[in-house]
Design a binder for this molecule. Structure first.
Ligand code: SF4
Length: 279
């Protein structure tokens, strides 16, 4: 029986990002109706980590909005990571803090962060359509940096932003060259504040994207993430049949997810078990 890996996200700092990623409500340029705050208090993050663990999550991802992993973020994420591990929780900690140098990533690793999430988001050719303030190459290089310092790499993308099938295979090929141990699959979520306006992908097209991702990344933990509720509603069984073996549990960065209890029950009702180890 397939085990499904669960990962919970903590949005450590939200909104007010100076970048212009056209799919992201956290960009200050679009004035989307979201919560904005600088750094979530340590006690609150510790509580979220405890609840995530109780809900069955093995992964816990510490996300900060903004362009890059600067000194302030390195310091805070490292402090948070040490506090979570000192509390005795057995969580695989993931940093998700933007473009990063090897030096900054090494500091995260030394604090106990096990993996780094940095999505390529789109193919190299399509990326300038969705972002003008940083380059695809900077994203790719950050992924390489994470691997070079010995962090696990989690990298994926978003489908349904107006890209062609060629763009999708180009993205997946680029991901294949990085060989991430984990790869999030997101579907674009329309929001009236965003400059990007696209119809939600159909169920069949979204499933084709998942099948293709599994073909290109046969050994990755293929993690279904944002947008799945919009595309699939409560009927998500086919996602797992097409190759998904990991799930973001609970809320996303700025949107609500299913409740963890419902999610776990649903996965079990499809005949799968919840992973109890990171192996
Ligand atoms: S850099 Fe990150 S937080 Fe900022 S707009 Fe782009 S995706 Fe959003």
């Amino acid at each position: 029986m397939k085990d499904i890996f669960l990962c919970t996200i903590s949005n450590v700092s939200s909104g007010s990002c100076a970048e212009d990623c056209a799919y992201c409500t956290q960009s200050a340029k679009f004035n989307a109706d979201i919560d904005r705050y600088k750094l979530k208090p340590l006690e609150q993050i510790l509580h979220e980590a405890k609840v995530a663990s109780e809900n069955g999550a093995l992964g816990f991802c510490l996300v900060t909005s903004g362009r890059n992993l600067d000194d302030k973020r390195v310091e805070y994420i490292s402090k948070v990571a040490r506090a979570i591990l000192d509390s005795g929780l057995h969580l695989h900690l993931i940093g998700c803090n933007g473009i990063a140098t090897k030096e900054a990533l090494k500091e995260l690793k030394d604090s106990g962060i096990a993996s780094y999430n940095h999505n390529l988001e789109a193919s190299k050719g399509f990326f300038p359509n969705i972002c003008t303030t940083h380059s695809w190459e900077e994203r790719y290089e950050t992924c390489e940096n994470a691997l070079e310092v010995g962090l696990g790499l989690c990298s994926g993308g978003i489908f349904g932003m107006g890209e062609t099938w060629q763009d999708r295979t180009d993205l997946l090929y680029a991901l294949q060259t990085l060989n991430p141990h984990s790869s999030p699959v997101n579907f674009f979520m329309p929001n009236g504040a965003l400059p990007l306006s696209k119809e939600i992908l159909s169920r069949q097209e979204a499933l084709e994207c998942v099948r293709l991702a599994r073909e290109y990344l046969p050994n990755a933990r293929l993690m279904i993430a944002g947008g799945r509720e919009l595309v699939f509603g409560d009927n998500q069984k086919e996602l797992f049949e097409c190759g998904i073996n990991a799930v973001v549990l609970g809320d996303y960065l700025t949107t609500k997810g299913n409740t963890p209890k419902d999610e776990v029950e649903r996965i079990k009702s499809y005949g799968y078990s919840i992973a109890t180890s990171c192996e």
